[in-house]
Design a protein around this ligand. Sequence first.
Ligand code: FES
Length: 242
Amino acid sequence: MTRRYQATGGDIDEQNGYRNVFDDEQQAWADAIVAKYPNPRSAVLPLLFLVQSVEGYVTEDGMRTVANMIGLTPAQILASGSFYTMLKKQPQGEYLISVCRNISCTHRGAYDVIQALSERLGTDAGNTTADGRFTFETAECLATCDGAPSIQINYDDFYDVTPQDAVALVDKLERGEEVRSAAGERVRTVREISFETATAGARLPGTAGDHRARTVGGEAQPSDFLPDSRPKLSHDEGSHSG
Ligand code: FES
């Protein structure tokens, strides 16, 4: 059962003392996302992507907003969200550049790419540039070993990347020019891809009620399926005594 309070768009929840991060339009998307699930708590991950699309990363008030909306505690939201590396818990750049440093890519020059990007961006891997435009990280196998050395920019793939290629990609993005991945996709900002991820299901027709046969949660459960129901064990009846 949802227990969403009515304030939106930066209003402070007087009772709980936090800022609601969703404005009316974003709240409408959040409601549409929740409607896809038989149990509102199942909407945690897309709602956190929606927070990231609004805030740029998963802020504490964003987690509180989601918790209040779907009837979980902020600690439960943090426990779910902190498992996924695509959900960032601190400010990140508009563009996340991930450079594979696993075996195939290392043999094919990944560390030259890392060095070139460090010099171009003026920061070591793991950091965000001072202007907030780029976050630069090393990554384990990106599952595109045949294109080694491989990099991703906001999870879009680039193959056979030379140090010069990597620097040229940063130059283009910095100038605001369009960059296309190996698959021809336009590289989008973190906020854009977070919004697309959050709302992908909500933009399809139908609600949770259309798919009850293949979903679990929110139904009227038989008593032995309730959360506090446990099978009786033989020692519960004292058979171990004596
Ligand atoms: S080792 Fe780099 S993509 Fe697999």
